[in-house]
Design a protein around this ligand. Structure first.
Ligand code: PEP
Ligand code: MN
Length: 370
């Protein structure tokens, strides 16, 4: 595959939307109905998403339906139902737009825009998205190759908008027992070929609720950074995609199971704490501290190896230390970590690193003398 790419860079992109980071260690779950139907429906959906541990509320306002006689979405009336419900429950919001007018209409109130499978190669729209400051979830087209999908993302990136999240949602194959065929290799490959976060939509892939939990778990195991799952407060009454919509209880159960799978691949899915007391919070802190110790140990291992390549006269490199601190400060602001904490901790880490390198040199010299 011969991609250019504005999309290629050394490290993975993390996309920060308010306090939520897509593409980091945390698995981000998007939940909500296929279509926004009413204010009440969106409030119950938002409550269910928040209580289960989801971070983003979805709901289609403009629905790209196969038949013109099916429900086409509430249009602009739905924007406030989605945005208000998300705000009330501290969630982000995402909705699909099909054209520039739609984008203009939702831009102010909705946090993330989705480009649906049917519009993946709507190049005019992709170019427009390149010029706005909005994160975009770009779904893979129904019959698009991975290359075509990444080139579509490239249109947005090349226009200057770097906040693109890829979403695998199943492709059309000869198989008819499922609505589409979920292409899990595409998740691994898209993560290899690009730096962008990749999420999976098991709902539109399967088209039936019984398969969604296993596909969702497989997606996390294969490295997806998040999931987009259809969940309706009352699937039997849904105006769109009821057969693939989980109930709030099924959604909650699924997230618990996903947390376990996540741990197996070194990812976190933070479930709301059932007990808001001190103990569950301390347990979480213990896990984070363990990670910090492991990371420091890894850092020191590398430091020792670097020591072997250094000139004994120039073990300390002040310029490099200043560069590291500068980078850390900018990462810290991205994730709301107090910069002064790093300013205090890092000089200690640098000192310890230098001591280890000097010690390494001395013990090698001693070996030599002997
Ligand atoms: C949707 O997410 O509501 C949707 C229509 O999905 P897709 O574009 O993947 O069919
Ligand atoms: Mn749907």
């Amino acid at each position: 595959m011969n991609l250019p790419l504005a999309g290629l860079k050394d490290e993975r992109s993390k996309i920060k939307v308010k306090d939520t980071i897509l593409g980091g260690k945390e698995i981000i779950i998007i939940g909500g109905p296929c279509a926004v139907e009413s204010k009440e429906q969106m409030r119950s959906a938002a409550k269910a998403v928040q209580e289960a541990g989801g971070k983003i509320l979805r709901g289609g306002i403009y629905k790209p339906r196969t038949s013109p006689y099916n429900f086409q979405g509430l249009g602009e009336e739905g924007i406030a139902y989605l945005a208000d419900a998300a705000e009330e429950y501290g969630l982000l919001s995402v909705t699909e737009v099909m054209d520039e007018q739609g984008l203009e209409a939702v831009k102010e109130r909705i946090d993330i825009v989705q480009i649906g499978a049917r519009n993946m190669q709507n190049f005019q729209l992709l170019k427009k998205l390149g010029t706005v400051k909005k994160p975009v979830i770009l779904k893979r087209g129904l019959s698009a190759t991975i290359e075509e999908w990444l080139y579509a993302a490239e249109y947005i990136l090349a226009g200057g908008n770097k906040q693109v999240i890829l979403c695998e949602r199943g492709i059309r194959t000869f198989e008819t027992s499922t609505r589409n065929t979920l292409d899990l290799s595409a998740v691994s490959l898209a993560k290899k070929l690009s730096h962008l976060p990749v999420i999976v939509d098991p709902s539109h892939a399967a088209g039936r609720i019984d398969l969604i939990p296993s596909l969702a778990k497989a997606a996390i195991a294969v490295g997806a950074d998040g999931l987009l799952v259809e969940m309706h407060p009352n699937p039997a009454e849904a105006m769109c995609d009821g057969a693939q919509s989980l109930t709030p209880a099924q959604f909650r159960e699924l997230l618990k199971e996903l947390q376990v799978i996540g741990h197996g691949v070194n990812r976190e899915l933070y479930l709301p704490l059932e007990d808001t007391g001190i103990e569950p919070l301390r347990k979480r802190i213990n896990l984070i501290d363990r990670d910090i110790v492991q990371l420091l140990a890894d850092r020191m291992k590398l430091v020792r190896r670097i020591g072997k390549h250094k000139n004994p006269e120039h073990i300390r490199d002040g310029k490099r230390e200043a560069e590291i601190l500068q980078k850390l400060e900018s990462w810290a602001t991205e994730v709301n970590c107090p910069a002064e904490l790093l300013q205090q901790i890092y000089p200690l880490i640098f000192d310890c690193s230098i001591r280890l390198q000097l010690k390494g040199k001395r013990s090698r010299e001693a070996e030599y003398v002997i």
